[in-house]
Design a protein around this ligand. Structure first.
Ligand SMILES: *[C@@H]1O[C@H](CO)[C@@H](O)[C@H](O)[C@H]1NC(C)=O
Length: 145
């Protein structure tokens, strides 16, 4: 009886630890819907807003989805990438884990006078905003001024 209860509390402890680890890992990026300058979205992470998701999948595939409907996507090449919101306003998918990794895709929204406060926000659209909260890029398209 004593050995049963100690092994079952060990099991409970293990399950609790796993549950905590899983919730930590899965909420890290999905808890918010924004990338600030210098932030990056890692492979298997997502930004979400309701049922809208920006997901970085394996093989450098970036999908923006509403439920199961794909609104916009990039099919990069490679195995693992990160999506970087750069301080110059450019959103760049880079191979590997480093901010100077090979560029696989870019929004090409780098600004002539970087103010270091561009950000990416997921709502019912995925967009890059400037310091005045104006969109400069929406769902894959630059916003004409
Ligand atoms: C931009 O939006 C943020 C958050 O919604 C707000 O706090 C800030 O005042 C806005 N900035 C401008 C210039 O409107």
């Amino acid at each position: 009886m004593a050995s049963f209860s100690s092994s079952s509390s060990a099991t409970i402890l293990l399950l609790l630890t796993l549950a905590l680890m899983t919730s930590y890992l899965s909420t890290r990026a999905s808890a918010n819907n924004r990338l600030n300058p210098g932030d990056s979205l890692h492979t298997f992470e997502s930004l979400s807003y309701g049922q809208y998701y920006l997901l970085l999948r394996k093989f450098c595939y970036l999908f923006f989805e509403n439920g199961n409907a794909v609104i916009w996507k990039v099919e990069g090449e490679g195995v693992f990438c990160r999506l970087w919101m750069q301080s110059d306003g450019n959103l760049v998918m880079r191979a590997g884990t480093e901010a100077n990794g090979r560029a696989v895709w870019a929004s090409n929204t780098n600004q002539p006078n970087p103010t270091n406060d561009y950000y990416l926000l997921v709502t019912n659209q995925v967009a890059i905003y400037d310091s005045q909260n104006n969109t400069i890029w929406v769902n894959g398209n630059k916003v004409a001024r």
